[in-house]
Design a protein around this ligand. Structure first.
Ligand code: PMP
Length: 445
């Protein structure tokens, strides 16, 4: 059997054609095996072979509204019929209204937004704005971070996805993270390290960019004092604080934004994903009045054909109305606490669970093959079948039990639609329970 034939064994026509003509992202192409989804509703989706799954990760931690937000779907359809597109030099009611709404729901005095179409573009804009505003070039970010795949954003990304793009954009420097479980540095010590870095770099750093709660690198929640102190340190050195809220925003944490958990207003904030609940591709970069004013006299040297795309901003506006009307932000806090309790039970029951952590409906389960030493299951040497790590296998087994869960490196990432119910959580926890038996079995003796 050829590689191509064995890779597509059991696939239907759509899956085979897709595999042949469409690149799979972030993958060895020989390992790509797309599954066709034919239906999605509420917190569930159905694949072409008739299997139904609870969407415990909200696809890529973005489907915050679930899969049947009618208000958003209707508004998108209406907007396409009324005014499908205008150049960014024109405006629409939805664009101006969404700009006003973002100024309202973001913390402090953040006031003026640049619209793009993705998280990575939102970060690109934040970095360029920080450089233009401060007149300085360097950007400090942290190792356990992800900020996007385009050249600037992958250069400020700290996780291994950056490696193939290195050396990347000059002036991008990495700092340690607040990772109490897995790092030798205490979270607050890691901050003093950043302070020292800023001193040693002299007056050359435009901004420090962080995810307030780290997402795909393992749901890392810093101590309460961390983010306020980081802002102070950055400002003491004349650098801006950029908070990347692409994953932590829009109710994930039980607050509108991750920064709200810590009572911090950054100088620049980036958003995407939950901004439209993933009904349309939309990114946003919002700044303070001081930064906005700077560009009254200096050129704002940035833009895209699709900046403020009428259909995408209409989806964003309808999404915010839906979060409000269905009380989803508060709900995420409540049901998130229930999910947290259920995960604690899994932690008790499974020796391969190193730690469960998170806030609201933004949670992680970190696995370990030697609990006493907190040793992670490795990336490739621990494969238990071709192309599969132990952690992949845990997720696949949860899938066999009807729950889709994403996994990154050594952690299962839980970020379901905010409309998930306790019954759905119970069903998903049962599937995780079955999955974690696999990692228990794969632990070192
Ligand atoms: N920032 C963060 C914190 C993210 O989690 C992501 C995507 N996972 C991005 C930026 C990039 O977003 P996108 O994939 O929409 O470009």
């Amino acid at each position: 059997m050829s590689d191509q034939e064995s890779a597509t064994e059991g696939a239907n026509e759509v899956e085979r054609t897709d595999r042949e003509h469409v690149f799979g992202t972030w993958s060895y192409q020989k390992e790509v095996d797309p599954t066709q989804v034919v239906d999605a509703s509420g917190v569930r989706f159905t694949t072409a072979d008739g299997e139904e799954y609870i969407d415990l990760s909200g696809q890529l931690m973005c489907s915050n509204l679930g899969h049947s937000a009618d208000r958003v779907a209707d508004r998108v359809a209406e907007q396409i019929r009324d005014v499908p597109f205008v150049s960014p030099g024109y405006t629409t009611e939805a664009r101006s209204e969404l700009g006003r709404e973002l100024a309202e729901i973001t913390p402090g005095d953040l006031t003026k937004t640049f619209f793009s179409t993705s998280g990575t573009e939102a970060v690109e804009a934040a970095v360029k704005i920080a450089r233009f505003y401060t007149g300085k070039q360097k950007i400090i970010s942290r190792y356990r971070s992800y900020h996007g795949a385009t050249h600037g954003s992958i250069s400020v990304t700290g996780d291994p996805r950056r490696l193939m793009a290195e050396p990347g954009v000059p002036g991008t420097i990495k700092a340690p993270d607040p990772y109490a479980y897995g790092s030798t540095l205490d979270p607050m010590e890691s901050l003093e390290y950043i302070d020292e870095m800023l001193t040693l770099e002299g007056d050359t750093v435009a901004a420090v960019v962080v995810e307030p709660i780290v997402g795909s690198n393992g749901i890392l929640v810093p101590p309460d004092e961390y983010l306020p102190r980081l802002k102070e340190i950055a400002h003491d050195h004349g650098a801006l604080l950029i908070c990347d809220e692409v994953m932590s925003g829009f109710g994930r944490t039980g607050e509108w934004f991750g920064c709200d958990v810590f009572g911090v207003t950054p100088d620049i904030m980036t958003m995407a994903k939950g901004l439209t609940g993933a009904y349309q591709p939309l990114g946003a970069t919002i700044v303070t009045p001081e930064i906005a004013d700077h560009f009254e006299e200096e050129m704002f040297c940035h833009g895209h054909t699709y900046s403020g795309h009428p259909v995408a901003v209409a989806a964003g506006l309808a999404a915010i109305e839906t979060y409000r009307e269905e009380n989803l932000i508060e709900r995420a806090g409540e049901i998130g606490a229930y999910l947290g309790d259920r995960l604690d039970e899994l932690d008790e029951a499974h020796p391969s669970v190193g730690e469960t952590r998170g806030v609201g409906l933004f949670r992680g389960i970190e696995l370990t093959k030697r609990a006493d030493e907190r040793v992670p299951f490795g990336e490739r040497e621990d494969k238990i079948s071709p192309g599969t790590t132990v952690v992949d296998e845990v997720a696949a087994t949860a899938g066999d039990h009807g729950t889709y869960v994403a996994n990154m490196i050594n952690t299962l990432i839980l970020a379901p639609p905010l409309s998930i119910t306790e019954d759905d959580v119970d069903e998903a926890v049962e599937a995780l329970d079955a999955g974690l038996d696999v990692s228990d079995d794969a632990m070192d003796d």
